[in-house]
Design a protein around this ligand. Structure first.
Ligand code: G
Ligand code: G
Ligand code: MN
Length: 306
């Protein structure tokens, strides 16, 4: 090196310039690498954070809201209730599908907490409503909650908190709840029905066949899954499985709620067969509380869909 350097001073200066060049190239690069590493570590930690913690954090952060889908009574020609459907708007991700986060909450043992959170959100929303006494409010209850010690106090707290509106609470339970019951679910249902709460079997016909359970369990409504409604043909051809379910429900003294009704011909088919309640996009999608209130205010007169 000494041979290339004209003087010691020049040599030192050359060396300094080399270092400067190195620093200018590698410092930003290493900073970038560090940032990337930190981001990767954050992502890893977030994905390792259990779903349970993520759900709890989301509840605390207020990321859940409720949408309400109106239910039409063909007996009165009015909207006599809603089904409450939970929604998770996750920052950075968007809307998480409820079947995914509900299933995760069930697996991770937080479905009871999540449903308690839901009940609190409904209570808050209902303070703004002006629905008449007896307005149906359907809430989906998971099997674990139904057969827990929490259900009766949770429901009583909800009824007390919404006493100003006097809603008729409808617990929507699945066929799975009936099959897995060890006795407590039945006792909970008996207790709550005696206090004026009603029970609906949700998504009927999609789970395991529970005809024998239907006879043993005291329930009030049977909600026909939208799959059967979508089997109705526009030409009026018969849908035999649907017809049998409707007849069975009526023989058992249950009112029928049809879900997923999108078309007028489906509405006609169902009402001709005495289906009392209709829910679906034909009338309305699930709406946020404020949108539901505005929509409901416009429904003062009985309606018949075109
Ligand atoms: O609204 P929709 O597609 O988005 O709901 C999908 C499924 O998630 C439905 O089967 C519905 O029963 C279920 N679901 C929606 N909200 C709740 C809730 O609050 N609790 C439970 N247990 N299920 C819910
Ligand atoms: O709890 P349950 O599985 O019944 O929830 C009802 C589901 O059906 C929700 O996911 C809701 O968004 C959806 N839904 C409501 N009305 C309609 C409809 O008219 N058509 C279809 N395809 N889905 C509907
Ligand atoms: Mn439901």
């Amino acid at each position: 090196m000494a041979r290339n350097c004209a003087s010691a001073w020049w040599c030192r200066r050359r060396l300094g310039l080399e270092w400067q060049k190195l620093l200018l190239t590698y410092v930003p690069l290493s900073l970038l690498a560090g940032a990337l590493l930190a981001w990767a570590a954050y992502r890893l930690q977030r994905s390792r954070q259990s779903y349970r913690e993520q759900l709890r954090r989301a509840m605390a952060a207020g990321e859940f809201h409720v949408e309400y889908q109106p239910v039409y009574s063909q007996v009165t020609g009015r909207f006599e209730g809603v089904e409450a459907l939970m929604r998770w708007m996750r920052p950075g991700t968007g809307l998480v599908r409820p079947d995914i986060f509900i299933a995760a909450a069930e697996q991770e043992g937080v479905i009871i907490e999540l449903t308690q959170h839901l009940l609190g959100l409904i209570e808050r929303d209902m303070r703004e409503w002006d629905t008449p006494p007896g307005f149906h409010v359907g809430v989906n209850i998971a099997p674990e909650h139904l057969s827990s010690e929490d259900l009766v106090p949770d429901v009583r707290a909800f009824v007390a908190a919404t006493a100003a509106r006097q809603p008729l609470l409808v617990l929507e339970i699945t066929e799975r709840s009936l099959i897995e019951d060890s006795g407590r679910a039945r006792r909970n249902i008996d207790t709550l029905r005696a206090e004026g709460v009603r029970v609906a079997i949700d998504d009927f016909g999609t789970g395991h066949c529970s005809l024998s359970y239907l006879q043993k369990f005291p329930v009030d409504y049977l909600k026909i899954d939208k799959g059967f409604v979508h089997a109705i043909q526009p030409d009026g051809e018969e849908a035999p499985v649907l017809d049998v379910i409707i007849m069975l429900a009526h023989r058992l003294g249950l009112s029928v709620v049809a879900e997923g009704v999108e078309q007028r011909f489906q509405f006609d088919y169902l009402t001709e067969r005495g289906v009392a309640f209709i829910q679906g996009y034909l009338f309305s999608r699930p709406l946020r509380s404020a949108d539901f209130m505005a929509w409901y205010a416009g429904q003062a007169q009985p309606v018949v869909p075109d």
